[in-house]
Design a protein around this ligand. Structure first.
Ligand code: PLP
Length: 441
């Protein structure tokens, strides 16, 4: 079994010197959880500038779904780079953007034709969805969820309700957005239990919010992550999205699925909404769409994407190199990576559930496919959150050569490449167990 190789305790001398340089010139707004300075990546493995080898269970925040530098993706990028780097898909036409739009339109759940708007990031995809919802419905209000992360541009940030620091000093934001509780069954916001709750998080909307505060016929859209990502990898109950989307349909609101993190095979299906058999009106995509090249896409039913020429665009959106990387990525997902995400996701989940039996601090293990989270608690009965312990585990795992990320206040997220192999999942579980033993004394 291949193990990480830590030759110099990280950060080693080169990493330390680069971090000093970074702190002088790079924005201090970034949130580095541990001092990893990357030199190269291949598959699920990362080498730092001091030649330490790490097993990567972050895939660059759920972006490099095909693994780092997949040869097919690199080949497609190189071929396109030789031919055309940029020609502004907003003003001219070129094949990769057209073919990718066709592909995404055919892949997105739901019958009928769809159209695609291209941007460069998740925030831009959400921002575009936000504007299209206003354009199409001519309504001003929107609904989003507590815990949601939709990006950091002003519109997307206004929909976000993840961490207060993300909004500090940025008010006033876009008005007309109401945040409501997400179906977080482990800590039910209504103090109920599934399934007896009868999905109160949906009924509350009609029985309380629409009755007392918000005229539903003025709501343009409900923005929702199929599985909440940055908020803590929170998986809603099976009926949630179908029930909520029915409410949206009843009042003529659009159902906007933010699949920036959960999409492109991450959960073992191309789009996480497929687990819930819901066809959203609009889907926001980015992250895993192009294996690491910057690309965002907003896919909407053609009858909804009725805005006029000039109403929205972006110079770099739909860059031809990114589009080719995306076409190669989608091919790989369809040719086996979706299956692998389901299979290895099950291995990981089972291994974590097994570990949970021996470690009281593992409060909740949840996820779908390779979007897996473990919520760390001080006590399983009281469910008191254990953010310091979570951070300590991330740090110790890093020192042993395993790269993990946080999400939510106290959750460890596991989002490896969808190419991850059984023995790599086992290595991750072994290292995690060593760390858990260490931190629990
Ligand atoms: N939406 C979701 C669900 C995300 O997880 C993220 C990023 O984490 C975004 C939007 C924003 O994406 P970006 O950072 O590419 O703007």
């Amino acid at each position: 079994m291949r193990r990480p190789e830590i030759k110099v305790p990280p950060p080693g001398p080169k990493a330390s010197s680069l971090i000093r340089l970074d702190s002088r010139y790079v924005s201090p707004s970034y949130t580095r959880v541990y001092p990893l300075v990357v030199k190269w990546g291949k598959g699920a493995w990362i080498c730092d500038v001091d030649d330490n080898i790490f097993l990567d269970f972050t895939s660059g925040i759920a972006v490099c779904g095909t693994g780092h530098c997949h040869p097919e993706v690199v080949k497609a990028i190189k071929a396109q780079a030789d031919q055309l780097l940029h020609m502004a898909g907003t003003d001219f036409y070129y094949e990769p953007q057209i073919y990718l739009a066709e592909k995404l339109s055919l892949l997105a759940p739901g019958d009928g034709n769809k159209k695609v708007y291209f941007g460069n990031s998740g925030a831009e995809s959400v921002e575009a969805a936000f504007k299209l919802a206003r354009w199409h419905t001519k309504r001003e209000l929107n609904i989003a969820f507590f815990g949601a992360f939709h990006g950091r541009t002003m519109g997307a940030l206004s929909l976000t309700a993840s961490k207060a620091i993300q909004k500090k000093h940025y008010y006033p934001l876009v008005p007309g957005i109401t945040h409501i509780p997400y179906p977080y069954c482990y800590r039910c916001p209504y103090n109920l239990a599934y399934p007896e709750c009868d999905i109160e998080c949906v009924t509350w909307l009609e029985e309380t919010l629409f009755r007392t505060t918000i005229p539903p016929e003025e709501v343009a859209a409900i923005f929702v992550e199929p599985i909440q990502g940055e908020g803590g990898y929170i998986v809603p109950p099976p009926e949630f999205h179908s029930r909520l989307s029915e409410v949206a349909r009843k009042y003529g609101m659009l159902y906007v699925a933010d699949e920036v993190q959960s999409g492109m095979g991450r959960t073992g299906k191309m789009f996480a909404m497929e687990h819930y058999t819901v066809a959203p009106d609009i889907i926001a995509l980015a992250k895993g769409i192009a294996s690491g090249l910057p690309l965002g896409a907003m896919v909407a039913r053609s009858d909804i994407m009725d805005w006029e020429a000039g109403s929205h665009a972006s110079t770099f959106g739909g860059n031809p190199v990114s589009c080719q990387a995306s076409l190669a990525t989608i091919r790989l997902l369809q040719e086996g990576l979706l299956d692998n995400a389901r299979e290895q996701g099950a291995v990981l989940m089972e291994g974590l559930r097994e570990l949970q039996k021996g470690y009281e601090c593992m409060g909740d293990v949840r996820g779908k496919g390779l979007m897996v989270g473990v919520e760390m608690v001080k006590d399983r009965e009281t469910k008191e959150r254990a953010p310091e312990l979570r951070n300590q585990i991330l740090r110790r795992a890093f020192e042993r050569g395993l790269l993990l990320l946080p999400c939510g206040d106290n959750t460890i997220r596991f989002c490896p490449a969808l190419t991850v192999r059984r023995e790599e999942a086992d290595t991750c579980l072994n290292i995690l167990e060593e760390v858990l033993k260490e931190v629990s004394g």
